[in-house]
Write a protein that binds this ligand. Structure first.
Ligand code: SAJ
Length: 418
């Protein structure tokens, strides 16, 4: 099998770094995105997101002609689909509309011998569903589910979940082990060939598509459950008058204990979403996973209550909210508990909110056009605020001491203050 051209569909936080890393290995990459601004930016050798090391890689790959971005599907030997998979409704049902749109859009240009890989984190069965959408559009081609077992289909289909950590994406794309879950053995083989072209340090491990889907969900549910444990401890310690940070560092001195850090909630589009896919498909069995979601989702409400109590009795208090991103040292505000907390506090018109987010230049839509919210600098709020609320452990906030601020009220939910 020859995979000379790879099309990456969806040029966001996962797709663009993946496209750039593949292109930096001398492989022709045609990226596709519905966002014209993203397409134009990439074709100028620039990026529309923040990720360390990405801009240099994109600039080089575009300049040497290995990477180009397009707003319509482009012919290729392999297609990697990296589009969002959010959930919808009260039951947190997975919403596969972006996968459906992307796969139906690329179906007309598929040719015999092509490989289609779903990279987006998906509920169990999503890859089979994607193959069905492709087959509906292309009755002239065979797919793994339309041929007898052991027969080679015209189109190979696999699930290879992305596992990279925002902030370390470029390194992890090359170093992390990859799970390669084909719908059949031939698809696993084809997908392994593609991933081995750029996964240089990590291993490509073969399995089937359903196990690959569940593996990705399991990894993120594992982390969610462990963060929920830390968040639950923070609530217990608050009641018991114990410093949770000291407690965790002491408990972690045990050779087989490794507790994660409490925070203001769990955000992002992965950890706070993916466990719901397991719960939605297994409502009776997934008890711990469900409870962890509820604990982590409760934490922002608890933070808001703590702030409200801290400013009770102050007329028009100035509240500094330090950090809006969903985790330290990134600009990504999607599903951010810090942003939600700031927004909820801003709903009280008696509060003056001074938001400090060193990774953005303008206030996000959620906080725009509100008279009582301003984007401020750390040095300004240290002088002005009545209460300092630290929501994200950005590097700019580390090393501060209680003496750096005129405010005597500091609510540090991330252990930034020394
Ligand atoms: N968080 C805590 N306490 C901690 C660690 C994290 O409260 O001790 C919070 C963060 O502040 C953030 C949220 O959890 O709000 C998620 O952050 P994260 O750094 O744990 O994870 P993500 O969402 O950036 O990336 C995760 C990673 N998954 C795992 O570590 C198992 C990454 O490898 C996945 O590729 C990514 O999800 C994804 O795309 O699914």
């Amino acid at each position: 099998m020859n995979f000379n051209t790879v099309s990456v569909v969806g040029l966001g936080y996962i797709g663009l770094p993946t496209a750039a890393v593949i292109a930096s290995n001398g492989i022709r990459v045609v990226g596709v995105d519905v966002n014209q601004h993203a397409v134009d930016t990439i074709n100028q050798g620039k990026i529309h997101i923040v990720e360390p090391g990405l801009e240099e890689l994109v600039k080089q790959a575009v300049a040497d002609g290995h990477l180009s971005a397009h707003s319509t599907p482009q012919k290729a030997d392999a297609f990697l689909i990296a589009v969002p998979t959010p959930f919808k409704g009260e039951q947190h049902e997975p919403d596969l509309k972006y996968i459906e749109t992307a796969s139906r859009a690329l179906a007309p240009i598929l040719e015999k011998g092509n490989l289609v890989v779903l990279e987006s984190t998906s509920p169990v069965g999503a890859t089979e569903q994607m193959a069905k959408w492709l087959a509906e559009e292309r009755r002239d081609l065979t797919f793994p589910h339309t041929v007898a077992e052991g027969q080679i289909p015209d189109i190979f289909v696999a699930h290879c979940p992305e596992r990279v950590l925002p902030g370390q994406v470029i390194r992890e794309l090359v170093e992390n082990d990859r799970i390669i879950g084909g719908m059949d053995a031939a698809s696993t083989e084809a997908a392994s060939q593609v991933y081995k072209m750029f996964v240089k340090k990590g291993e490509c491990i073969a399995t089937d598509a359903r196990t690959a889907e569940m593996s990705k969900l399991t990894e993120n549910a594992f982390r969610d459950v462990n963060i929920a444990f830390a968040n639950e401890l923070s609530l217990i310690c608050d009641k018991q008058g114990i410093n949770v940070w000291e407690l965790i560092s002491l408990a972690n001195r045990h050779p087989r204990v490794n507790i994660l850090q409490p925070g203001c909630g769990v955000g992002g589009h992965c950890i706070a979403v993916d466990p719901w896919f397991i719960v939605n498909q297994n409502p009776d069995a997934a008890k711990i996973i469900h409870q962890a979601r509820l604990i982590n989702d409760y934490k922002p409400h608890y933070v808001v209550e703590k702030v409200e109590r801290a400013v009770a009795g102050l007329a028009n208090p100035k509240i500094a909210c330090l950090g809006l991103a969903f985790k330290p040292d990134i600009d990504d505000l999607r599903e951010s508990p810090a942003l939600d907390i700031t927004k909820t506090l801003a709903n009280n018109s008696a509060y003056q909110i001074l938001a400090v987010e060193p990774n953005i230049e303008t206030l996000p839509l959620a906080l725009e056009n509100r008279n009582n919210v301003a984007l401020s600098t750390l040095s300004d709020v240290l002088q002005q605020a009545d209460v300092i609320v630290i929501l994200v452990k950005h590097k700019q906030f580390l090393g501060m001491t209680k003496h750096d601020t005129r405010s005597r009220k500091i609510l540090d939910f991330v252990n930034a203050i020394q």
